[in-house]
Ligand binder design. Structure first.
Ligand code: ADP
Ligand code: TZD
Ligand code: MG
Length: 579
C-alpha cells in the first residue's frame, strides 16, 4: 500500500501541527483506554494502520492467518479482562477472523474484531469493489454488538462503545467496521483529541440483590450433599481469593470445569474433580459459579445427574441464563466477585459445614480413582500411550505451576484434562464451549505475550494442523512456547482403513510417521523427535528451561485412542451402515 503517500500525510500533519487523521485517532483512542497489543494480518486497507500502531508504541503481532490472530485476541481478552484486538483486512480476512469472534462470543471472552472494509457506496450497490462485502451485516448475528464508524470525529465514541460492549455484563465479541476512507479522513488535531473518550468503569460491578443472596444461603444451609461447580466465568472474574475463601469457609466440595481447573489447586482436599460422576449424581444442592448448564454438563439432567432431586443456585451476570435448561431455585444475578463476597459475608460465624459423611464419601472416591490411575501414568511403554506420555507432562506442570497449559485434540484433550493437575488460576486454556480445533497456536502465542510465562501446548496431531503454520510466528517473536504434538497418525486413531479398499487413505488418517519436529527446525526453532516417556520428559524440561521455541514430535500408539475421545456418544448412528 502507498507507503510514501501515507508518509507524506504524516509529514503534513507534523508541518501544520493542526491535523490528525483516522489512522491516528484509532490508535490514540485504543491507547487512551490502555489497549496496547494488537493481533493482526496486514493488507489493504490496514497495512499502514499496523505500521502507525507499531510506530505509536502498540505491540503489533502479525500472524499467518487471521483465525489464529483472532483466537489469540479471544484468549487475551479472557486472561486480561480487556478486549483482545484482532485487526484484519476486508472480506476474506474479515471472514477468517469471524470464526474467532463467534468463538469469543460463545465463550464469553471480550474481544474486538476490527476489519478494514471497502467503499460503502460501491459495496451497497454491489458494484464489485475490491474485496466487496457487507461485513457489518454478516458479523451481526455472530457477536454481541457490531458497529461501523463513518466519520473521523466518531472514532472516539465508536471505540468506546466497542470496548464497553465487549467487557460489560456478559463479556463477548464485538465487530468494529472501519471503511478505508475513514482512515484517511483528516480533522483538526485538537478537536480530534477532544473527541476521544477515556472510558470510566468499563465493566461496572453488578451487586446481587440482598434477598437473592439470602435465598441462596438458605438453600445451601438446607443441603445435605452440596456441590459447587466452578466454570471459566469464575476464572475470568479474577475473584480468586474470595472464591477460594468461599469453598474453604463453606466446606462444600467443588468440581472445576475444564478451564476453571487450578482456580483452587486440583489437589485441594475439597476438589471433587476425580469423583465427577459420583458428585453429579448424588448432590442435592448444586451451586453453579460462572458455568452454564449446557452440553458440557448434560444440560443439568439425564443419566449423568442421576435420579436424586436437585436444586440449583446459579451465579451469573447474565439474567437470561437462569432457567435455561432446568429450574433454578436460587438465581443469583450479579458479577461473580460481588456475589461471592456477599455469600461470604452472609455466612457469618454460625456457618455449619456439610455432613462429614458426604465429604468422606467423595474423598474415598477421589483417592481410589487417583490410586487406580497412578501406575498407568508411570508406564514407560513404547510406543507411548496417552497415560505414559501425560504422566510425565503432569509431573512437569506440577514442578512448574506457573506455566500455562494449552490443550486441544480429542483423546489428547480428554486425557490431558483429567490427568494433568492444575495448581493456579487461568493456567489451563483449551478448546472452550464449542470444542474448536485450531485454537492452539493462537492461544499459546497470546498466553506467552500477555503473561510472559512459559507455555506448554499439548496438541493432537490433527488439532495442531489447524494452526501449525503459526510456529513461524512463535519463532519470529522468539516466544517461550513448547509445542508437544501427540502424533498418533490421525484423528482419534491412526489405524483406520478405507472401507472401499481403494488407494485413498481413510478419512481420519494422516501421513504415517510424520515429522512435525522438522517444521519447527525450518524456522530456526528446536525440533525433537521422541518415542518414550523418558525422552519426552527430557525434551520438554529442556524446552521449558531454555525458553526456546520448541516442537516435540511425540509418537503415540496409533491404536491407543477412541473415536471422539470421551464424547463418542454424540455421534449419530446409521441404521444402514455398520462400522
Ligand atoms: P464453562 O464452560 O467453564 O462451564 P461457561 O462458558 O459455560 O463456563 O460459562 C461461563 C459463564 O460465566 C457465562 O454464563 C457468563 O455469563 C458468566 N460470566 C462471565 N464473567 C462473569 C462475571 N464476571 N460475573 C458473573 N458471571 C460471569
Ligand atoms: N473442526 C473444528 C474446527 N473443530 C472440531 N472439533 C472438529 C473439526 C472435529 N474434531 C474434533 O472434535 S477432535 C478432532 C476433530 C477434527 C481432531 C482429533 O484428532 P487429534 O487428537 O489428532 O487432534 P487425538 O489424540 O488423535 O484424538
Ligand atoms: Mg491424533
Amino acid at each position: 500500500m502507498g507507503d510514501t503517500k501515507a508518509q507524506t500525510r504524516v509529514d503534513e500533519t507534523q508541518e501544520f501541527g493542526a491535523l490528525t487523521d483516522g489512522f491516528h485517532l484509532v490508535i490514540d483512542a485504543l491507547k487512551l483506554n490502555d489497549i496496547n497489543t494488537i493481533y493482526n494480518v496486514p493488507g489493504i486497507p490496514i497495512t499502514d494502520l499496523g505500521r502507525y500502531m507499531q510506530a505509536g508504541g502498540l505491540r503489533v503481532l502479525s500472524f499467518r492467518h487471521e483465525q489464529n490472530a483472532g483466537y489469540a485476541a479471544a484468549i487475551a481478552g479472557y486472561l486480561t479482562k480487556k478486549p483482545g484486538i484482532c485487526l484484519t483486512v476486508s472480506a476474506p480476512g474479515f471472514l477468517n477472523g469471524l470464526t474467532a469472534l463467534a468463538h469469543a462470543t460463545t465463550n464469553c471472552f471480550p474481544m474486538i474484531l476490527i476489519s478494514g472494509s471497502s467503499e460503502r457506496e460501491i459495496v451497497d450497490l454491489q458494484q464489485g469493489d475490491y474485496e466487496e462485502m457487507d461485513q457489518l451485516a454478516i458479523a451481526k448475528p455472530l457477536c454481541k454488538a457490531a458497529y461501523r464508524i463513518l466519520h473521523a470525529e466518531d472514532i472516539g465514541i465508536g471505540i468506546a462503545r466497542a470496548i464497553r460492549a465487549a467487557v460489560s455484563g456478559r463479556p463477548g465479541g464485538v465487530y468494529l467496521d472501519l471503511p478505508a476512507k475513514l482512515l484517511g479522513q483528516t480533522m483538526e488535531a485538537e478537536a480530534g483529541a477532544r473527541s476521544l473518550v477515556k472510558i470510566i468503569d468499563a465493566a461496572p460491578r453488578q451487586l446481587p440483590a440482598p434477598e437473592a443472596v439470602e435465598r441462596a444461603l438458605e438453600l445451601l444451609r438446607s443441603a445435605k450433599r452440596p456441590l459447587i461447580i466452578l466454570g471459566k466465568g469464575a476464572a475470568y472474574a479474577q475473584a480468586d481469593d474470595d472464591i477460594r475463601a468461599l469453598v474453604e469457609k463453606s466446606g462444600i466440595p467443588y468440581l472445576p470445569m475444564s478451564m476453571a481447573k487450578g482456580l483452587l489447586p486440583d489437589t485441594h482436599p475439597l476438589s471433587a474433580g476425580a469423583a465427577r460422576s459420583l458428585v453429579l449424581k448424588e448432590a442435592d444442592v448444586v451451586m453453579m459459579i460462572g458455568a452454564r448448564l449446557n452440553w458440557l454438563l448434560s444440560h443439568g439432567k439425564g443419566k449423568t445427574w442421576g435420579d436424586r432431586p436437585k436444586k440449583f443456585v446459579h451465579i451469573d451476570i447474565e439474567p437470561r441464563e437462569m432457567d435455561s435448561n432446568v429450574e433454578i431455585a436460587a438465581p443469583l444475578v450479579g458479577d461473580i466477585g460481588s456475589c461471592v463476597s456477599a455469600l461470604l459475608d452472609g455466612m457469618g460465624k454460625g456457618w455449619v459445614a456439610p455432613p462429614a459423611g458426604w465429604i468422606d464419601e467423595i474423598r474415598a472416591k477421589v483417592e481410589s480413582n487417583v490410586a487406580r490411575m497412578a501406575p498407568r501414568l508411570q508406564n514407560n511403554n513404547v510406543p507411548m500411550d496417552y497415560h505414559g506420555a501425560l504422566g510425565v507432562l503432569r509431573a512437569i506442570i506440577t514442578e512448574r505451576p506457573d506455566a500455562i497449559l494449552v490443550n486441544e485434540g480429542a483423546n489428547t484433550l480428554d486425557f490431558a484434562r483429567s490427568i494433568i493437575d492444575m495448581h493456579q488460576p487461568r493456567k489451563r486454556l483449551d478448546v472452550g464451549t464449542w470444542g474448536v480445533m485450531g485454537v492452539g497456536m493462537g492461544t499459546a502465542i497470546a498466553a506467552a505475550v500477555e503473561t510472559g510465562k512459559p507455555v506448554l501446548a499439548v496438541e493432537g496431531d490433527s488439532a495442531f494442523g489447524f494452526s501449525g503454520m503459526e510456529i513461524e510466528t512463535i519463532c519470529r517473536y522468539n516466544l517461550p512456547i513448547c509445542v508437544v504434538v501427540f502424533n498418533n497418525g490421525g484423528i482419534y486413531r491412526g489405524t483406520d482403513v478405507n472401507p472401499a479398499g481403494g488407494s485413498d487413505a481413510a478419512t481420519t488418517v494422516f501421513v504415517k510417521d510424520a515429522r512435525y519436529d522438522k517444521m519447527m527446525e525450518a524456522f530456526g526453532g528446536v525440533g525433537v523427535h521422541v518415542t518414550s516417556p523418558d525422552e519426552l520428559s527430557r525434551a520438554v524440561n529442556a524446552a521449558m528451561d531454555s525458553g526456546k521455541p520448541t516442537l516435540v514430535n511425540a509418537v503415540i500408539d496409533a491404536e491407543a485412542g477412541t473415536e471422539s475421545g470421551r464424547i463418542g456418544n454424540l455421534n449419530p448412528q446409521s441404521v444402514v451402515s455398520k462400522k
